[in-house]
Design a protein around this ligand. Structure first.
Ligand code: GLV
Ligand code: MG
Length: 329
């Protein structure tokens, strides 16, 4: 291990993150009763410019009046390049800051963006006498944001998570996409001809680099890496495949842009019963090996060592967190 310790963001469950437009208050109650771990009430791209002001009012009222129970509540503010942003922050934090856990910052581009927001939120919290500090979630969704993701991730102790905003990222990088968060058949590998001159073509994951880079920046700074939207909400299999790819690379959650995606995200981002059972078995085997003075042992024909313990501990801890959350709510 490096001598440098990594402070971890507060351990919140973030398997599913439900997007709810602030301009559609009729959806709020249902969202509060959903199985989503985190809800972000949106002031940005799901809200038309002439509805921004009303959406802000809806959100303030909803944060204060609706029983959100144990839900982790966030708002997605408008970008720092718009004149909506300062009022989003001032009005919502002043008038409903005590029920707000997180602020989601879209299209963050540099560490200075984070610094500016931190300064504003700190002033408001101090002026209002709030004891709690609001955390930040950043959407990495521009070429600039991806270029500076390392500095952004380290820019504030409020930082909790990095999100991959695939739709805007595609627009910013001019990537060729078909559906939001989906695959593109042109991103593939053609195998060399085999003995019969046959060739195979395998689709690859065009988001692999972006998600991996984000995961590294997040984990190196103790933050949660979260995968963003999958646009075609009638395609559950497509969502599952995208969520699994992100989970395999280290993401611990995915957005739900429709309620039908919440359970899918929760399911894929939770360890399976078999995985938990195996992790518990590893911990037990290693505890016994340690007692016997050994650093590595084999279990069911596979080597396990201290790295296996660390993986198993993470998994068991996550399973405990999930169990505690289902009991609470
Ligand atoms: C999310 O904001 C996205 O652009 O994908
Ligand atoms: Mg976006």
């Amino acid at each position: 291990m490096s001598f440098q310790n990594i402070d971890q963001a507060p351990a919140r469950l973030n398997r599913s993150e439900l997007a709810v437009p602030g301009s559609q208050p009729e959806l709020f109650e249902k969202a509060s009763n959903s199985a989503a771990d985190v809800i972000f009430l949106d002031l940005e791209d799901a809200v038309a410019p002439d509805e921004k002001e009303q959406a802000r009012k809806n959100i303030i009222q909803a944060l204060n009046d609706i029983d959100w129970n144990t839900k982790i509540m966030s708002i997605r503010i408008n970008g720092l390049d718009t004149h909506f942003m300062y009022r989003d922050v001032v009005d919502v934090v002043e008038q409903a800051g005590e029920r707000l856990d997180l602020i989601m910052i879209p299209k963050v581009g540099t560490a200075s963006d984070v610094y500016a927001l931190d300064m504003m939120v700190t002033q408001i919290e101090d002026a209002m006498g709030y004891a709690k500090r609001i955390g930040f979630e950043h959407i990495i969704e521009t070429a600039l944001g991806m270029q500076n993701v390392t500095e952004i991730a380290a820019a504030s102790p409020r930082n909790e998570s990095l999100h991959f905003g695939v739709a805007d990222y595609a627009a910013s990088t001019r990537a060729r996409t078909t559906t939001i968060g989906g695959a593109n058949k042109d991103y593939g590998v053609l195998t060399d001809p085999d003995d019969n001159d046959a060739r195979d073509y395998f689709w690859n994951d065009m988001w692999h680099y972006a998600i991996s880079r984000l995961v590294v920046a997040a984990r190196a700074n103790g933050l949660r890496p979260i995968d963003g939207p999958f646009g075609d909400f009638s395609d559950a299999d497509g969502f599952r495949a995208a969520a699994k790819r992100a989970a395999v690379l280290g993401c611990e959650g995915k957005w739900a842009i429709h309620p039908s995606q919440i359970n899918l995200a929760n399911e894929i981002m939770s360890p399976s019963d078999e995985e938990v059972a195996r992790a518990q078995k590893i911990l037990k085997a290693m505890a016994e090996a340690e007692k016997a003075g050994k650093g590595a042992v084999s279990l069911d024909g596979r080597l396990i060592d201290y790295a296996s313990i660390r993986q198993a501990e993470v998994l068991v801890k996550k399973a405990e967190q999930i169990a505690a959350s289902s009991e609470a709510g």
